[in-house]
Design a protein around this ligand. Sequence first.
Ligand code: CTP
Length: 408
Amino acid sequence: MGSSLAQKNILLGISGGIAAYKAAYLTRIFKVEGADVWVCMTEAGTKFITPLTMETLSEREVLLRTFPENRTVGTRHITVAEWADAVVIAPATADILARMAGGIADDLLTTLLISTVAPVFVAPAMNTRMYNHPATRENMAILRDRGVRFIDPGVGDLACNTIGVGRMAEPRQIASVLQQYFSTAGQLKSRKIIVTAGPTQEPIDPVRYLGNRSSGKMGYRLAQAAADRGAAVVLISGPSAEPEPAGVEIVRVKTAAEMKAAVDEQFDGADAVVMAAAVADYRPTKPADRKIKKKTTTLQIDLEPTDDILRGLGSRKKSQVLVGFALETEKVVEQAQRKLKEKNLDLIVANDPGLPGAGFGSETNIATIIDREGQTEETGKLSKRALAEMIIDRIVALLPPRQGSSGA
Ligand code: CTP
């Protein structure tokens, strides 16, 4: 099978950071994979790596100035912006993120960025303090909101002799994000996927609630992965501090009952539902109207069961693919298999939050994916985004063909 990068047009933007030297390797990888690479450098970028290096590797004239002296036609930025199938900014400095967020077009690269409709991938690289500065954080949130895809920096030795977050993702990793994008883009076009995420909060009184430790990360990664493949995604989220994924409709809820109402409302037109939320099994029977005052005696709160959302969907499903999660601390696979059968699911993703590298708040997970035939697949430790891609791959394989079409 050929590379998904073959014959793709990649506009590679290089801004002024020391990681610019890695853009040379990245260009090499893109070229070896068969992509056509057109490099555009900011003036600061040219201080870190020469245009000659990039021109030699890309086999194309490097784009440098908005108003080149020897040009008579003034709309080159439009031609290049339309040529690109994807734009990659590597490295992306705090400065270029700020200019992108502000819609500023004061050099050729930022002018191209505001002219293109191609997907934009950015690989930030900077000192940890610059990365964590509220201005950079806000700029990244704005860009994510607009659909810019971040290839997050890693933690490690930085060129400024410190150790921290800010080290640009490795060229191989950047290339594989692009490969993934091109091999799956459009796969879920005209499909509607519901994803639930996060904890629920069940009120005890006006200031207190019963909750759980779910961060929402897994569901948010799933929503993004499905949206990146072209699905219309509705993310029904309990309280979570995760940034909102780009291109996803988000419905915010607090309680299990609100989550159930939102899921039920969306279910009929859906092709698949992934219940990654940690839904409360019990809620206080009668939440107090006023704050419960402190006493010296023990306090009893009566709890009643909530409805099982997934079980409800399982009993009314037609052709929808249903995916559940099972958090288990013992007999993980056995318990998950039982839940898959009882709730009439197509897949269940079992995990033990007690394992190092799995569970609440962690960036990684370790799971076992189980299907209706009882086939189990151990994922090993991987990022939540990578696990999301695996789950979406399985959903794609399970979706019945669209009526009037020959494939998923
Ligand atoms: N789930 C649900 N509604 C609930 C509880 C759970 O839809 N009220 C879903 C979860 O989102 C998850 C799956 O059911 O996808 C399994 O949840 P889990 O808490 O592991 O299992 P339970 O059925 O609640 O059983 P137990 O808590 O006894 O393990």
